[in-house]
Design a protein around this ligand. Structure first.
Ligand code: NAD
Ligand code: IPM
Ligand code: MN
Length: 353
């Protein structure tokens, strides 16, 4: 039997709660599709600071290096916000993991299931035109990583910089993704103000020539955020730099009912990936057993798709999630009363059949 070695990093807040449900789904789907998962748990984020004195201990990094994929929960929370910025979980664990493994492509699908379109905050006449989009976000460069950055008593500063190869490779990911979808890429920038974004637009337009079947249009970030509210159906693939993709993916997730529904894949050129919910540790609901496990479960499905090519198993997880939600098993954020465990269990049982 095929065995995949997975580094499991539940992290902080709701991370461990939703991770348990993703692992339950993986176990059942593996039994049906003839593979097993060899899980290696490791501490990351705030819990790792508390236990080992650092957010990304060497042992955790070693576990990740020896694995076929990383399944990640979430990191951060109020408890660690008073630490020096460079020691906080987000900056000391998540960003380094993305950089070390060169996980430059962050893929976040947002799909509103028609039968629950009433969960969307938008008016029915807007959402009923359809919400089915994919944000393709550059994840290892841009203003998150550009040097110099810092702050002192007088100022704080970051640098937005994009090199040609960085824009080219993420643009190709977006065009290839669009080829398997509705063949439309909207590239998001701020080329009316920022030099890095003038360069972004020009480079994306050059790469578009390699993909004559794909329609490309450019949109400024401010307009895009507004268009997302008035006509989300126009979007297929949204190609974004690091910061704009962060913002637009959270915004888009709300169209589908909740940030708790947003999975993500962060992959490198060899299809090695870190799979994590788009949302965070949700301190406001952590420990209550009410977090939506769907983002984590669907992130595990993305791992099966992108890193392991177990496409049938991934599709089965997605179908089970959809069936459960449509049949009314829903957590609070999507208008139900089910607990994290109840929804997770329903998904696993649906897969088991
Ligand atoms: P958040 O994404 O944690 O929460 C925003 C809102 O969405 C909250 O109301 C939360 O309850 C809700 N939400 C998020 N996931 C949910 C789920 N699965 N089910 C139901 N509701 C859900 O964002 P925040 O509050 O701005 O950040 C909290 C902490 O998480 C911060 O420390 C932040 O840096 C960190 N963070 C981590 C990651 C990550 O580890 N990948 C991502 C984003 C934020
Ligand atoms: C995300 C998160 C992270 C980001 C933070 C926690 C560093 O918001 O994955 O979207 O900004 O990339
Ligand atoms: Mn984010």
């Amino acid at each position: 039997m095929k065995t995949y070695k997975i580094a499991v990093l539940p992290g902080d807040g709701i991370g461990p709660e939703v991770m348990a449900e993703a692992l339950a789904a993986l176990k059942v789907v593996g039994e049906k599709h003839g593979f097993s998962c060899n899980l290696e748990y490791a501490d990351v984020g705030g819990v790792a600071i508390d236990k080992h004195g650092e957010a990304l201990p060497k042992t955790t990094l070693d576990t990740c290096r020896k694995s076929d994929a990383i399944l990640f929960g979430s990191v951060g929370g109020p408890k660690w916000e008073s630490l020096p910025p460079e020691k906080q979980p987000e900056r000391a664990a998540l960003l380094p993991l993305r950089k070390i493994f060169d996980l430059f492509a962050n893929i976040r699908p947002v799909e509103l299931y028609p039968s629950i379109s009433s969960l969307s905050p938008l008016k029915p006449e807007i959402v009923n035109r359809g919400v089915d989009l994919l944000t393709v976000r550059e994840l290892t460069s841009g203003i998150y990583f550009g040097q110099p950055k810092g702050c002192d008593a007088e100022k704080g500063f970051d640098t937005m910089i994009y090199h040609k190869s960085e824009v080219e490779r993420i643009a190709r990911v977006a065009f290839k993704a669009a080829a398997g979808r509705r063949k439309k890429v909207t590239s998001i920038d701020k080329a009316n103000v920022l030099s890095a974004m003038v360069f972004w637009r020009k480079t994306v337009a050059e790469i578009a020539k390699e993909f004559p079947d794909i329609q490309l249009n450019h949109m400024y970030i401010d307009n895009a955020a507004m268009q997302m509210m008035i006509n989300p159906a126009q979007f297929d693939v949204l190609l974004c730099g690091n910061m704009f993709g962060d913002i637009l993916s959270d915004e888009a997730s709300a169209l589908a009912g909740s940030l708790g529904m947003l999975p993500s894949a962060s992959i490198n050129a060899s299809s090695f990936g870190l799979y994590e919910p788009g949302g965070g540790s949700a301190p406001d609901i952590a420990g209550k057993g009410i977090a939506n496990p769907v983002a984590q479960i669907l992130s595990a499905a993305m791992m099966l798709d992108y890193s392991f090519k177990e496409t049938a198993a991934a599709a089965e997880i997605r179908k089970a999630v959809r069936d459960c939600i449509e049949s009314g098993v829903r957590t609070r954020d999507i208008g139900g009363t089910a607990s994290t465990k109840e929804l997770g269990k329903a998904v696993a049982e649906k897969i088991r059949g």
